[in-house]
Design a protein around this ligand. Structure first.
Ligand SMILES: *Cc1c(COP(=O)(O)O)cnc(C)c1O
Length: 286
């Protein structure tokens, strides 16, 4: 496997990072996961724009233009002959002797590498289970930070319960999943939490809402309570790797005949179409 370390493409075992990289001690950095379909990174520009925003919010200033970074990522995809799978990339603040505060002149460190393809087909067809957990994260969940400690803790809890995801609840309100955004459908209307500081504004979430707009389908950007989650007609999550993923059971309670509902299926199909048309036009342009 070939990896990108700053501006060099190297074999994985040649890529060395400093033990005093602040990403390692403090999780002081930001990241993205991009999906690759037939060799084309889906919504790469949007992911890189979000990476730059996250970096800016924590005071990491990137000198390089987003387009240049995109080009190097495309080279990495080529170097690995990637067709399907994910692309992981992170930027840490840089290397410094271990103190909480830092020097403004540090050079941010970039690492990017391919993630293996994992089919979500069966899960998308059959639906997955989720559990609920208290949202005990900080109040800047809009930053895609390397600090994922609480997200890890609740994902592990889900995994040990045989579930796919933990749905986080803050003050009785459903915020998002540990690594996904949560949607409900009630009486034909889709609902999801507003993109404020309490959630990470998913690219998949945004894409789905764009699709809703384009089709004139009704939705509400409005917080909802745990009770509304449990009484919803349909529930699903979105993320880069899961796309539109039906949730058919929460905390052991089964929804709608234990299979993905009609709205969720419709959104799934529309999302797949969007992926197809976007990756196709990108290939034609190239
Ligand atoms: C990455 C992430 C998401 C999903 O975002 P996508 O851009 O759709 O992959 C949702 N919530 C959290 C906490 C995340 O880290």
């Amino acid at each position: 496997m070939k990896v990108l370390l700053n501006d060099e493409i190297l074999e994985r075992n040649e890529a060395k990072v400093d033990i005093e990289d602040r990403g390692y001690q403090f999780g002081d950095g930001v990241y993205e996961v991009v999906n690759i379909y037939d060799g084309v990174p889906f919504t790469l520009k949007e992911h890189i724009a979000r990476l730059y925003r996250s970096a800016k919010e924590i005071g990491i200033l990137l000198n390089e233009q987003p387009e240049q970074l995109c080009n190097r990522l495309l080279e990495l995809i080529k170097a690995n002959n990637m067709t399907n799978g994910g692309l992981y990339l992170q930027i840490s603040r840089g290397v410094f002797n271990r103190t909480h505060h830092y020097d403004q002149t540090l050079t941010p460190q970039l690492v990017a590498y391919p993630l293996p393809y994992k089919s979500v087909q069966d899960a998308q067809t059959n639906g997955v289970e989720a559990i609920t957990a208290e949202d005990l994260r900080w109040l800047r969940c809009d930053i895609k930070s390397l600090n994922l400690l609480y997200n890890i803790m609740v994902k592990q809890k889900a995994s040990e319960a045989g579930a796919f995801e933990s749905i986080l609840i803050r003050d009785g309100i459903v915020t998002e999943g540990s690594s996904s955004n949560i949607f409900i459908v009630k009486d034909g209307i889709l609902r999801t939490h507003p993109a404020n500081n309490l959630i990470l504004n998913g690219i998949t979430r945004r894409k789905l809402l764009e699709i809703m707009d384009a089709n004139g389908w009704d939705y509400k950007i409005q917080p909802f309570h745990k009770e509304e989650l449990m009484e919803a007609d349909e529930v699903f999550l979105t993320s880069t790797t899961s796309e539109v993923m039906p949730i058919i059971k929460i905390d052991g309670v089964t929804f709608s005949q234990a299979k993905p509902g009609p709205y969720t299926s419709k959104f799934q199909a529309a999302f797949r179409e969007a992926v197809k048309s976007e990756t196709k036009t990108t290939t034609e342009k190239a």
